[in-house]
Design a protein around this ligand. Structure first.
Ligand code: MGD
Ligand code: MGD
Ligand code: SF4
Ligand code: MO
Length: 743
């Protein structure tokens, strides 16, 4: 493992480089403030630009958390290659990782704050003006309409320390009760499924499990495209494993698998209950494990007994033989691992579907051992950080806003008044959007997410953002669909231009470093939060929050005694030396292995130490296909080279050559023929909410009755239907009815 090539001398030098604040703050920032910044709540962010050499840092796209070796010259990153010895990627990276520096140099990077005056154009202003306007407008909205009339939307793509700063600043400092993040679109279902089943949001696995299984079951996951380096780990499995892929499409992953179940969309629950029923009938359950570690087995067995093979076959479109074959495979497997992603989470019944997967792992005792687990694969680079530390759905460190002891604990570590901590989590993303629609929310601060492209049913969302009295957008680019709607735009430094940590899918804290200077007057999100705190007048609350590394130490104290205890992580250097560290690592514990899984002792986090089996009747799709809208629209990732709304990957000419520039729709040859659609021709796609145009790709990889569109194109969410899982409030992006015809 390459260590940071930082010695004591450069350690001292760090603080002599002007801080970002100093760089832009010559006006309002007085000499006195610079000398005693903490007194003013500012705190100088150490600008530790890594010197000439090669330095290791984790990738800023997906949650795999690969480590990249960045090569420096004259204090600037000039190139990178995958780190050879990191326990995650073992010398590999996908196209996005290889091209990770490209998005930094782009003409549409924000270089100065921009303010819209009187409905006109966005115009450059200095930071003092921007901050005074931000605090002034938000405070006056709160004064007129109540404290709850402003809200924020964050992200799973900022370092843990910045996420925590945002959540603490907004909720404890600014009295903003309602805040959520794009993780709602992505991981909320896994969170609620784990919390209810295990007693804590705890993905149990380590990537070594990909290599240790003898059966791997992927449900609604396409790792070849979405997590290519995880898939490389599967390919390194020496057990010649059976690989089962449950996906309505013959995806890149499905065609590499040994078994593909092309399931009817949203019928997974029936299939998983049917498999559980067969396993129970075959008496292939792990009775010892169930007795020791699982509650509600008898009720579950009774419930699934009605899911006969015939009934399940009719509901899923999978033949009876295939269902029996897969159940037998799982029953016979010694080390069976279950993996799920958005085909499960993004569903109106996602939580119960995820739990149907968890139930299979629990009744067969496939958890807590190498090569096993009910494993939710995370999406964004720091969605895990957002789940535990964004102070949105849960109080910092996976605590509960509703629990007075938790509030008292967090308040005492932060040295703040416990009354500043709200007693509930506030509104979820969808409720914030509804709040804007009904007029109860008038001010919104959006950080590192692009809802005007990514939120479900844009016909509603765009117009809703325009209804706001004041919209603040903090992004690395001023050109995103959302930034263009802003009243105030704040230019942010990006991955590679600041420090911090991301937590990957297997709970591993990985390190980020500053290897490039942010353009113009843009500041790290961390520095922007310090400024906001200062101008809001709550800077003294955050006087301990000096820099990212000191914040991680505060967060570590907050995790003491939690399942995610990281009191044993003492410095960034330790993370660097170890090749990242998975939670938990309690104080005084030494790292025995860098591949650690949870539940090895069969103890879960509920008070009685047992896991719960949770289940419900499957529900019909709320907007099924009918005569007018005969096809179901599936959406998802299109290429390993595209990232979400393309603000970053769209900047790399190399990546741009790896996928179509214009929006396309995949349709089965039989459906195309019936609709008179020819390959590569322009077609119109219409749902009850919108109508768009796209190029037709005629392909048997999509089943009859369905079409597929990648989410990376702005048009796609003009069609989607805003409906949500009742437990997690996660949008159900992958099921709505459409019709399609030649344009
Ligand atoms: N290249 C690239 N990689 C990424 C991202 C990216 O934008 N680009 N985004 C990252 C993020 S944030 C996330 S959340 C992950 C997402 O990673 P994935 O979840 O793997 O990606 P998706 O394509 O959204 O959805 C997975 C599959 O679900 C299937 N599906 C749809 N409906 C159903 C259903 O009812 N049942 C079942 N069983 N399957 C269904 C779709 O056909 C699709 O193939 O990817 C991460 N990685
Ligand atoms: N139809 C459909 N829609 C979907 C999905 C789907 O499968 N189908 N998937 C959903 C999922 S799983 C997800 S995760 C969401 C993703 O949706 P978004 O979060 O909206 O997508 P991104 O393009 O990743 O947006 C991140 C934004 O942050 C900015 N940014 C990057 N780094 C930084 C930084 O360090 N600081 C600041 N301030 N800004 C930064 C980028 O420029 C970009 O504008 O999309 C969801 N939408
Ligand atoms: S797999 Fe994910 S973390 Fe690894 S290089 Fe690609 S985008 Fe980055
Ligand atoms: Mo996601």
């Amino acid at each position: 493992m390459n260590k940071v090539t930082e010695n004591a001398a450069s350690q001292a030098e760090r603080f002599t480089i002007p801080s970002p604040l100093e760089r832009v703050f010559d006006g309002p920032l007085t000499q006195e403030m610079l000398l005693t910044p903490a007194r003013f709540g500012l705190g100088l962010v150490p600008d530790r630009l890594t010197p000439d050499a090669t330095t290791n840092m984790v990738c800023g796209f997906c949650s795999t958390g690969c480590c990249l070796s960045v090569h420096m010259k004259d204090g600037q990153a000039i190139n990178l290659s995958p780190a050879p010895d990191y326990p995650v990627n073992l010398g590999m990276a996908c196209p996005k990782g290889w091209e990770a520096l490209a998005p930094l140099n782009s003409k549409d990077r924000g270089t100065t704050p921009l303010l819209r005056s009187g409905g006109g154009k966005l115009k450059p202003v200095d930071w003092q003006n921007a901050m005074e306007t931000f605090a002034g407008r938000f405070k006056s909205i709160q004064a007129e309409h109540g404290k709850e009339s402003v809200a924020f939307l964050g992200t799973g793509q900022m370092p843990t320390e910045e996420l925590a700063f945002l959540g603490a600043l907004a909720k404890f400092g600014m009295g903003i009760k309602h805040g959520d993040g794009n993780t709602r679109q992505c991981m909320a279902t896994a969170v609620s499924a784990y919390k209810q089943a295990f007693g804590f949001d705890a993905p149990p696995y380590t990537y070594d499990d990909f290599e240790q299984s003898d059966v791997l079951v992927f449900v609604g996951a396409n790792p070849c495209i979405a997590h290519p380096i995880m898939w490389q780990r599967v390919l390194q499995n020496k057990n010649n494993p059976d690989i089962v892929v449950i996906d309505p499409r013959a995806t890149e992953t499905a065609v590499c698998a040994s078994h593909h179940l092309a399931i009817k969309p949203k019928s997974d629950m029936a299939l998983l209950y049917g498999i559980a029923n067969l396993i129970i009938q075959q008496d292939a359950i792990d009775r010892g494990f169930i007795d020791q570690s699982v509650n509600d087995f008898e009720a579950f067995a009774e419930f699934v007994s009605s899911f006969t093979v015939e009934k399940v076959s009719a509901e899923t479109g999978i033949s009876a033989d295939r269902i029996v074959e897969i159940a037998t495979l799982i029953a016979a497997g010694k080390r069976v691992s279950f993996w799920w992603t958005m085909g499960v989470n993004q569903s109106y019944q996602g939580t119960r579907t995820a739990q149907a997967i968890i139930n299979l792992a629990l009744i067969t005792g496939n958890i807590g051992r190498p090569g096993t687990g009910a494993n939710s694969i995370t999406g964004q680079c720091n969605a895990m950080g957002s789940r535990l530390f964004s102070n949105t759905t849960s109080l910092l460190g996976g605590h509960d806003f509703g629990n007075p002891e938790h509030r008292a604990k967090v308040a005492s570590i932060l040295d703040i008044d416990a009354d500043l901590i709200p007693t509930d989590a506030g509104k979820s993303y969808d409720q914030i959007i509804e709040g804007i629609l009904e007029g109860s929310i008038k001010g919104l601060w959006i950080i590192a997410t692009n809802p005007a492209h990514s939120w479900i049913n844009q016909t509603k969302c765009r117009g809703i953002l325009e209804k706001l009295d004041f919209l603040v957008v903090q992004d690395m680019y001023h050109s995103t669909e959302t930034a263009e709607l802003a009243d105030l735009y704040l230019p942010a430094a990006a991955w590679g231009e600041k420090e911090g940590t991301f937590i990957n899918s297997e709970r591993r804290f990985g390190l980020l470093k500053k290897v490039a200077r942010a353009p113009g007057q843009s500041l790290s999100d961390f520095s922007i939060f310090q400024l906001v705190a200062h101008y809001w007048g709550c800077g003294e609350l955050f006087s301990q929050w000096k820099d990212a590394e000191s914040v991680l130490q505060i967060l570590a104290q907050i995790t003491r005694g939690q399942p995610c205890d990281i009191t044993g992580i003492k410095s960034y250097q330790q993370l660097d030396d170890a090749g990242g560290i998975q939670w938990p690592l309690g104080e005084g514990h030494s790292l025995k292995s860098n591949q650690r899984r949870l539940f090895e002792d069969g103890k879960f986090y509920h008070d009685d130490g047992k896991a719960k089996l949770l289940f419900d009747q499957p529900l019909p799709m709320p907007e099924p296909a009918d005569d007018t809208y005969p096809l179901i629209l599936l959406t998802g990732r299109g290429s390993a080279a595209q990232w979400h709304t393309q603000t970053r990957t769209g900047k790399s000419p190399v990546l741009a050559r790896l996928y179509p520039a214009e929006v396309f729709v995949e349709i089965n040859p039989a459906d195309a023929q019936r609709a008179g659609i020819l390959p590569q021709r322009l077609v119109a796609i219409e749902s009850r909410r919108g109508k768009i145009k796209a190029t037709a790709i005629v392909t048997p990889t999509v089943a009859r009755g369905t079409v597929f569109m990648p989410m990376h194109y702005e048009e796609v969410n003009q069609l989607t239907l805003d409906h949500f899982d009742p437990h997690s409030k996660q949008p159900s992006y992958k099921d709505c009815a459409v019709k399609i015809f030649p344009a």
